[in-house]
Design a protein around this ligand. Structure first.
Ligand code: HH2
Length: 272
């Protein structure tokens, strides 16, 4: 089984396809399974190493969806892809992960770091797949109400170390684990800034680090009044180049083509 660091050389891109009616960045556009499958193929052709398929929005304030509804959204897309395209499944439900892995997904991206569904850890351990553990304070429904930390960077690092140890104790080899500080998940603007600037502390844990900065409102806030709150693709690329310099490996992005050349050049200039 491939280790995460050899599967994803630095920098690698994870494209995003949300098969949901209400996602933060592309909600509704890929609700149709033919359109979603075509988009996955397009993102791979654009240079994505993997494409993250999600059937449940995690935008602030979003309500959870039922298992049946989430399966109804993602299974037809995976069936159309026929196990050929490199796919990651963005889910916190063990049954969705199990079905997606059987249909060819190679990575489970769980924004709860395997906390939401007690059966998830076993599904991942048994499948021998890659897994991304993300930090989130609270749940998508409530996470932006009043996020609180003493020191956000050290608390996120401690959380990710604990979740990594949990996985290893459950039989998931460390080599298969990717860590993510969870930009925008239960964090104020200042918390997000501190985490992006402090990414080196997350990288120092020793696992490949994934960051999701693409089109997040943090970027609109940085550009100030008059800028669209949803971060532009140009702003996303700037943030990704900065995160690369901090040591991030895998970038979860919506516009893959835009990021591909920019991050390749940034890595080459840095001597990577
Ligand atoms: N961000 C989003 C969703 N999943 N997974 C990881 N590992 N890291 C992230 O930063 C991350 C994620 C939110 O972005 P988007 O997919 O555009 O929206 P939605 O959750 O509404 O589908």
């Amino acid at each position: 089984m491939t280790a995460a660091h050899s599967r994803f050389p630095r920098p690698s891109l994870m494209g995003v396809v949300n098969a949901t009616p209400d996602s933060f960045s592309d909600g509704g556009a890929f609700h149709d399974p033919d359109a979603a499958a075509a988009r996955v193929r397009e993102l791979v052709a654009d240079g994505a190493s993997i494409v993250d398929l999600g059937g449940e929005s995690t935008r602030p304030g979003s309500e959870p969806v039922t298992l049946a509804e989430e399966l109804r959204r993602v299974v037809p897309v995976l069936e159309r892809l026929g196990g050929v395209a490199p796919v990651s499944i963005d889910t916190c439900k063990a049954e969705v992960a199990r079905v997606a892995l059987a249909l060819g997904a190679e990575l489970v991206n769980d924004v709860t770091a395997l906390r939401a569904d007690p059966a998830m850890v076993e599904v991942v351990a048994e499948a021998g797949c890659l897994v991304c553990l993300m930090h989130m304070q609270g749940t998508p429904l409530t996470m932006q109400v009043a996020p609180r930390y003493g020191d956000v960077v050290s608390e996120v690092v401690a959380f990710l170390e604990e979740r990594l140890a949990f996985c290893v104790a459950a039989g998931i080899p460390e080599e298969r684990v990717i860590l993510d500080p969870g930009i925008g998940f239960g964090k104020t603007h200042e918390h997000n800034l501190a985490l992006v600037r402090g990414l080196g502390s997350v990288v120092a844990i020793g696992r490949p680090v994934l960051v999701g900065l693409s089109r997040k409102s943090l970027l609109g806030r940085l550009l100030g009044e008059g800028a669209p709150l949803r971060g532009t693709d140009a702003a996303s690329v700037g943030a990704a180049a900065f995160a690369l310099a901090q040591g991030a490996t895998l970038f979860r992005v919506h516009d893959v083509r835009f990021h591909a050349d920019a991050l390749t050049v940034a890595a080459l200039l840095a001597g990577g």
